[in-house]
Ligand binder design. Structure first.
Ligand SMILES: [Fe+2]
Length: 383
């Protein structure tokens, strides 16, 4: 029996090596003339902002940089960006970088247009009534899936709140998937972000809200990662493999926007916040235990994943049982094999991390009920 679902994405995806140069022409066609580039210092130092600025200048578009973006976007970053947008008189925003600049850009436009703090959107005091100026997402890493989503998870450090914010106009107008922008990404970051992309497709695929649309996105997302992640970690200039991961990230983003995530992300989030560990690394580290924890409820799908990564057992029970181990071996080969204990996760914090994970709405979508014992089991099996 098929469950009911709906699918909609307002985003225009533009894929191709070198296609970032088309952005200027697209802005000209819409008579947009002043672009605020939301990015971070790492992207500036990598020289990618220079490339985008030169392309805009070639099309007579004035641009300004806003680089005050933290790795988990904050209310303060968004409010400062909204002020910068208003002062600059920007008529378009470009989110350039990993997930954080792209997510920050989404809400800057809304805050500026609705003349309020992003905090008001988090608390529900205000809703996004007026769509802001259009934004373009240009990912320079392949993993977060922010380029595919309308939602942006913000943090308010003064109150400790974190909440997903979205509304009219928060989805990118255009997402440019240009693998050439990712060629300089170091191997470790390539592996970590690639495992984040994989985890989005995986959790959307195994989750209770999975449906045939999200399954098709997720299966192709996982296939592209399985076939190319080792190649691109080995040779970052392999444009074919970079292309695969760039597309896989966008597919994972669409799959998770459609069908949500689960226990892996519920447990990964508090660990990431407490220890400032890279989210993609945490996804890699928690994935084997997640597969083991969930497999009895989603046996055939877990077996499918295991076979995608090389398990040959024709029996679903046997193949599914090997899934976690297979991902553990992959982690070792791509430099993601460090256990959580080795990364600094302390036994004294386990209970606190589990309590925090239990507050996550993501657990409601997990194929097996996300209990405190379950979260602890996933955590402890990943040490
Ligand atoms: Fe993620």
């Amino acid at each position: 029996m098929f469950k009911t679902f709906q699918y909609f994405s307002p985003i225009e995806f533009v894929f191709g090596a070198g296609r970032v140069v088309e952005v200027g022409k697209r802005l000209q066609a819409k008579e947009l003339q002043r672009a605020l580039i939301v990015t971070d210092e790492g992207i500036v130092n990598a020289g990618i902002v220079d490339v985008v600025e030169a392309m805009l200048s070639d099309h007579h578009i004035t641009s300004e940089r806003f680089t005050d973006v933290k790795s988990n976007p904050t209310v303060e970053n968004v409010d400062a960006g909204a002020k910068a947008l208003s002062e600059f008189g920007g008529d378009v925003i470009i989110g350039l970088g990993g997930g954080s600049p792209i997510d920050t850009a989404k809400i800057i436009a809304a805050s500026a247009a609705n003349k309020c703090s992003a905090h008001d959107f988090m608390t529900g005091k205000r809703t996004i009534e007026i769509p802001g100026v259009p934004q373009i997402a240009i990912p320079t890493t392949a993993g977060s899936g922010a380029e595919s989503a309308k939602v942006s998870v913000l943090i308010d450090h003064t109150t400790g709140e974190k909440k997903g914010v979205f509304g009219p106009g928060t989805a990118p107008w255009i997402t440019v998937l240009d693998p050439e922008l990712q060629v300089g990404m170091p191997a470790w970051l390539t592996a970590a972000t690639g495992m984040d992309a994989l985890s989005h497709s995986l959790e959307a695929y195994l989750g209770l809200a999975a449906n045939p649309f999200s399954d098709s996105l997720a299966e192709q997302g996982m296939r592209l990662v399985a076939d190319h992640i080792e190649r691109v970690v080995d040779d970052g200039s392999d444009i074919e493999a970079r292309s695969a991961l760039t597309i896989a990230s966008a597919l994972g983003g669409l799959a998770k926007e459609q069908s949500g995530l689960g226990i892996l992300h519920a447990v990964a989030m508090p660990i990431g916040y407490l220890y400032d560990l890279h989210h993609g690394y945490l996804c890699a580290a928690l994935m084997p235990a997640t597969l083991d924890y969930n497999r009895s409820a989603v046996l055939a799908k877990t077996a499918w994943v295991a076979r995608l990564f090389g398990v040959e057992d024709p029996d679903d029970e046997g193949a599914a049982a090997a899934a976690g181990h297979t991902i553990r071996q992959l982690n070792d080969r791509i430099g993601m094999g460090t256990g959580l204990a080795e990364s600094g996760v302390k036994p004294d914090d386990h209970q606190r991390l589990v309590d925090d994970a239990m507050n996550s709405y993501l657990l409601k979508n997990n194929p097996i009920e996300g209990t405190p014992a379950g979260c602890l089991a996933v955590l402890e099996a990943s040490l």
